[in-house]
Design a protein around this ligand. Sequence first.
Ligand code: GLP
Length: 255
Amino acid sequence: MTLIISADAASAATRLADILEQAILAQPNLTMGLATGRTSSAAYEQLVARHHENTELAFRHVTTFNTDEFVPLPATHPMSARYLMNYRLFRHVDIKLENTYIPHGDAADLTAECRAYEAMLKARGGLDLVVLGLGHNGHVGFNEPGSSVKSRTRVVEFTTSTLAALSDGYRFTSIDKTPRQAISMGMGTILSAKHILLIATGISKAHAVHRMFDCRPGPSVPASLLLAHPNITVIIDKNAAAQIAELPPDTIHIE
Ligand code: GLP
């Protein structure tokens, strides 16, 4: 594992954007898994700016698979992953929309939709890398506590605490308007990526980061299951690192 501790949220986003830029330049037909949250979007914003400055940073041959989508939101809902990704990233770069995969949260047959998503990912050769945010309870994608290390794309039910977090007024204005479910890549799907990149910033993520590193890895903190991956880079800022007890010094890069 490589753990990068940046001075603040903006520098952490820059660091993630650096890694993504290098990955796309090195492999123009990269297949990326993408999270939709605010933290990862800060890096996407920087990628967009770099794309406009450097024509070599092209998305023409890039394929993306988002980690999750709310059920039963249609793509036209402004809080759907599809809407947000189009708005924040896809429409600003030269990616082909048909190469941007996000599960359909309003699919009539959700089980078939999940199966088709996994099949599409397999047909595209799997994920070269996956960008993840971190939920306050240690979830990644929408793999809530208890998710099996072998889980694949499926419908998940939100825990009470995730429902409360989602209805914070930023995403959904009240519990009544908050979806109860999502389609999420599973932990097994995420762990099959060649490189895992997790970003978490701000004091509100400090407890989840602490639990990820300081508890015995297990399904009760899904993010901790990622630590067994041979190629994982965790980018956090000082605030998010505030509660980590102790880590092997050779893994840490303080910037
Ligand atoms: C949810 C989403 C993830 C996102 C995470 C963190 O769990 N399913 O895709 O990465 O939240 O979001 P944020 O960066 O907005 O805190």
